[in-house]
Design a protein around this ligand. Sequence first.
Ligand code: SF4
Ligand code: SF4
Length: 306
Amino acid sequence: MRKNTPKPGWISEQLCVQTARTCNLFCVYCQNPPTGVSAPKEKTAALIRKKGIKAVSLEGGGEPTAGADFFDWLKTLKAAGVSNFMLSTNAVALSDPDFCRKAEKAVDYFTVNFPSSDPGTYRKATRSVKFDMAVKGLENLKALGAEDKIRLFHIIFKDNYRLLPAFADWVIKTLPGLAFVNFTFVRNAGRVGDSAEIVPRYSEVEPFLKVALAKLKLKKIKAVVQNVPLCRLKNFEGFSFEFQRWRRGDRILEAGIAGKAKNPACGRCTLEPACCGARADYLKIHGNKELVPSAKDPGTLAAEAF
Ligand code: SF4
Ligand code: SF4
């Protein structure tokens, strides 16, 4: 089996800062909904100064750009020594060209939560009529020459998985120069509330996801899959984010992500060390019948470009 040499901090040692306290969308699958409270600004800046942190990710608890103090946050963190910013956003606020221009100057990467290129599905996902604004936000970034700063974050849920191939076509046509697409299987957390109406089965999603990945790969567009067990990515394992983390010697699951549940299939599987497994919250809805132990050596699997 391949030797897994740790390379600490390969993904980055960025600090996640919850600058948001509200959101301008109301996604059905929101896993970390707003609470009305953001991180304390001055305390956060002091911590950053003390630890010498240079990179932050503005994410969690809502939409950072929905707060009137968004640029004040950037200014405060910059003054504390931060030189690299990643912004997790739904891109709605970026539909304003002036706002977008100002944000683009300050931010290195935009992780854009964009659940569908189909307006009706987007409406169902976000319970909003802001599809055109989100698309405009993406177009504005592209017009500023920042297409390569866009990381599309596509949460796979019950209403959009059949459209995954069409979504890949849309990316190819609209944003071929983006940084990458992250397909993340919805987690049963936050607003999801154990709903089988929101969380599909891995096996239902699998064929559509594989077609989407193949389409993007053929056009040399990078893509990665998060929170899907390796046995449901057969022959596409190299797209797994957690597998790539394992290969690079990082922890399989990011900090703050609930761990994989124990189950008999995983106990008999050689892919287990490199696999995100299934979470207890998934098993609660759909059980463990879809998990299939493998005898493959994860060290022999090739990673896809990411
Ligand atoms: S998923 Fe993101 S954009 Fe959607 S409601 Fe939650 S914080 Fe807002
Ligand atoms: S059986 Fe378990 S460990 Fe093996 S690939 Fe499936 S989920 Fe991962």
